[in-house]
Ligand binder design. Sequence first.
Ligand code: PMP
Length: 349
Amino acid sequence: MNKPRYFKESLARLKPYEPHLVPYNIKLDANENPYPFPGSLLDEIFTKIGSKDFPLYPDPLSSRLRKKLAEKLGVLPENIVLGNGSDELILCLYLAFGGQGRTALGFSPSFVMFWHHAFVTQTEFREVPYRDDFSFDLKKALKTIEEQKPHLVFLANPNNPTGSLVDLKTIEKLLAFDHLLIVDEAYVEFSGVSAVELLKEYPNLVILRTFSKARALAGLRLGYLIANKEVIKEIIKVKNPYNVNIFSQIAGEVVLDNEEVFKEEIKEIIAEREKLFQQLIALGVRPVKSHANFILVEFGERAKTIHQELINQGILVRYLGGVLANYLRITVGTPEENRQLLKILEENL
Ligand code: PMP
């Protein structure tokens, strides 16, 4: 039966984002920080927020947080815009620079929201595959860019879900066009490689960052975008005026004032990633070298069965299907969580 005319045909094929709501003991499916948010910082947030703040709208530009970030990054506040998670900023990029008659290019497999928000805004989306070993195929990328002349190019660095990383020379090659290059650095704390220094030279570079991963604030939805002032102005035109609530703004400030608190945690997650990588090899499966806080692992045809067995045992990891039907993406947990994961894998392999 035909749907009433107010339904959009363009959305008919799009599946809503439905998270896997199953009971679990250990959550290694969404690349979150496995450690609780530091209690001392939580106290500081509650001290800083007052009951008088609640009835008022938040600062639309998150000015204090914006200034603090600018100082840390060596840019001006006008080079930054805050978002309700970086997901929101990806949508804003499409609202400002995409839409019907415009083209975006991404690399596959990569973060699903690049594709998703292109679809929602009716922006044509083209993909260049990573090589079979998930390394970046620069030659193919440059050739496709020359042919397709996209308005936007999205590169997650490190890439989700593969964990692979490209160097700054490669990024500079991708910048030598008249498109906007969005380098999504959601996992930058685990790779140590950032394109921020290229901002001075390239007005078409956009960097996306988030407080959701290393900064343990996924629940508060806080991300930011760094770019040239003219690009930021366009994003501010299309974003919701009060997109970042007062609680998240204050939490972001407190995190920036206490960055050293997270240093040990980040070091530990990186060390655990390397340990887990070796332990997975010892189990006879094939992990992909990762520069992030997760590892993509090839399990062969049993990937889906193993995914289900892990769920049955209370451990969530991500099954992505499609070209990655033989793989699972596993977030690096605490040493104890990783030990339990390996034990169940050992019993089932
Ligand atoms: N970019 C990448 C590459 C990601 O993996 C994620 C989280 N899955 C995001 C952006 C979204 O982060 P946020 O929580 O800030 O919306």
